[in-house]
Design a protein around this ligand. Structure first.
Ligand code: DAH
Length: 341
């Protein structure tokens, strides 16, 4: 027993001395294994207890455990101290510079078609127009018949229609909103109707989906001169004060008389160039006085008159920003889109 006592006290001295030289968490971990692990002297002593006299075993076990607990306590204390030091060191060495610039995320912008549409709305708003929306999937009746485009009439071929069912189409223009508005509201009516339209067509100036804006004004006493005045005001605000307009006779089944509107060429200002094919003019929309047949379909009284106009938003954007290929609006190329930020 004396032998064990002296062994334990010299072991205690040795372990304490070693612990006092531990200065960081890594060497503390190494010390833990060395002092208490399976190869440690303490562990060996515990295992040897079985070889002692049964009478001595209890006392020996208590003595060994006492030293073990003592060493464990010392380790825990030192570990707590080292951890605090470690945190302090980290706090003082790892400085956070809150004045550094943050990460810059790229900013998006609205699509040029949206920008031109918003501009259009701003131009017509002061004239008292309200916005009317209609469905993109439309019954043939509203896309054609009600607009005075009967089934066998050649004017149906003016537009390459996507049929999705027997009598249901993807609307080929925003004009059906004219009729739907008149079927739902009594005159006077003053609406602007923007939206997507669809035609089976694809080249430099055509895409299967594009955007149109439809305008409709109906009241008693509406004349062609009102239409002309409205379009002149619009052209000047959209393309600049110096812009002139020209109305050319044309044909649309839903207007009578019908016309097409030209504006001074945006590129040569009317002198004649490649873009306007040397005419000095660019065509931008179709318009006319609402055909009395359309009023009849919509159960409107005989004494009202009205004008309507319809234009492609991409076409306006192409002219305004001098873009050569309509398809670039829908390719999602950020190098193209960034120019409109
Ligand atoms: N709906 C015609 C088209 O898609 C455009 C149009 C022409 C609309 C004359 C009108 C109009 O309201 O009066 O080509």
């Amino acid at each position: 027993m004396l032998d064990l006592n002296s062994k334990l006290s010299s072991l205690e001295g040795a372990l304490k001395a070693e612990l006092s030289s531990v200065k960081d968490l890594k060497s503390l971990d190494e010390f833990k294994i060395k002092a208490l692990g399976k190869k440690s002297e303490l562990y060996q002593l515990t295992r040897n207890i079985g070889e002692l006299d049964p009478a001595q075993r209890k006392t020996a076990g208590a003595l060994i455990n006492k030293l073990k607990t003592y060493i464990e306590q010392n380790i825990a204390e030192l570990e707590a101290g080292l951890k605090t030091d470690d945190n302090k060191n980290k706090l003082s060495s790892e400085v956070l510079d809150i004045t550094m610039p943050g990460r810059v995320y790229p900013l998006g912008a609205s699509h040029p078609v949206t920008q031109v549409l918003n501009e259009l709305i701003e131009i017509f708003k002061p004239l008292g127009y309200s916005i009317a929306n209609g469905p993109e999937i439309e019954h043939e009746y509203y896309n054609f018949d009600v607009l005075n485009i009967p089934r066998e009439h050649p004017s149906r071929d003016m537009q390459d229609t996507f049929y999705i069912m027997d009598n249901v189409v993807l609307r080929t223009h925003t004009s059906p909103v004219q009729a739907c508005t008149m079927l739902q509201h009594t005159p006077p009516v003053r609406i602007l109707s923007p939206g997507r339209v669809y035609r089976s067509d694809y080249d430099v100036t055509h895409t299967p989906m594009f955007h149109q804006v439809e305008g409709l004004v109906v009241d008693r006493g509406i004349k062609f001169s009102h239409l002309k005045g409205t379009l002149l005001y619009f052209a000047k605000r959209m393309f600049g004060e110096k812009t002139s307009i020209r109305l050319r006779p044309s044909y649309f089944p839903f207007t009578e008389p019908s016309a097409e509107l030209d504006v001074t060429c945006v590129a040569c200002k009317g002198k004649g160039c490649r873009i306007c094919k040397n005419t000095g003019w660019l065509e931008i929309l179709g318009c006319g006085m609402v055909n009395p047949n359309v009023f009849k379909y919509c159960n409107y009284p005989d004494d009202v008159t009205g004008f309507a106009f319809g234009m492609g938003i991409e076409r306006i954007a192409m002219l305004k920003y001098k873009i050569g290929d309509l398809r670039s609006f829908f390719e999602g190329d950020v190098r193209f889109l960034r120019q409109f930020q």
